[in-house]
Design a protein around this ligand. Sequence first.
Ligand code: GUN
Length: 282
Amino acid sequence: MATLLDGKKLSQKICAALKSKIAKIERLKDKKPGLAVVLVGDHSASQIYVAKKEKTAREFGFYSEVHRLPAASEEKEILNLIKYLNESPKIHGILVQLPLPAHIQTQAILNAVSPLKDVDGFHPLNLGRLFIGDPLFIPCTPQGVMELLKEYRIEISGKSAVVIGRSLIVGKPLAHLLLGQNATVTICHSKTKNLEEVCQTADILISAMGKPHFIKNSFVKEGAVVVDVGINRFHHKIVGDVDFENVQKKASFITPVPGGVGPMTIALLLQNTFKSFERSAS
Ligand code: GUN
């Protein structure tokens, strides 16, 4: 039976450490790190994610602002808000919740966020810095996956890592982080042929495809480390991409859903915001 990669526990540890650092700084300097979240429209999953980010930020001592804009907002209004947040001394991290409504050019919005406050790491400058191996802000979900692997002392160097998904949010940055730690990385996507056979070669298998219970036992090599980034609604429950019940019997380590990668994303968002705050003060 696989050992659980407990993201809930590790995220609590990271957030508790941040909370005590913030309390200390606040006592000395009467300042605290601030996070602004921009939510446009009424995408139902985004509402839940944003509420969770706000609640967690407050719980651990951060100043938090959520800006909710109507779905019909014009690009210019969002750009004006971002400009204001870029200049606000109370704000050290800005996150624009994705997806944005279809009439908005997502990349134009992401490009407008100051790279120095881009705690999601989606600005081209931050993605480029990750690509050359000199990161400033690393996207939170991939960073959370790497922290989980580190916490459980999972060897990466020389291992075969298969990443399913090529998004800018998860797959591409994660592949770079794994490569940076000397894994041999394969990126799979919707056009990949023989996905099952490719997955069978993985020492570390990471799925960010968004298909409930798609990764069956037969995809997994005996003793593989399985990381499930999927969050899918399925028969009124939240499930991952991995058929957890069966795959846990074959894997050496596995993330649960919920309680695996999800809480790590928020912990790393807060950690990035704290780092930005520290940088701004120095
Ligand atoms: N939508 C889904 N995941 C994310 C994320 O990590 N950051 C942002 N901004 N939007 C998301």
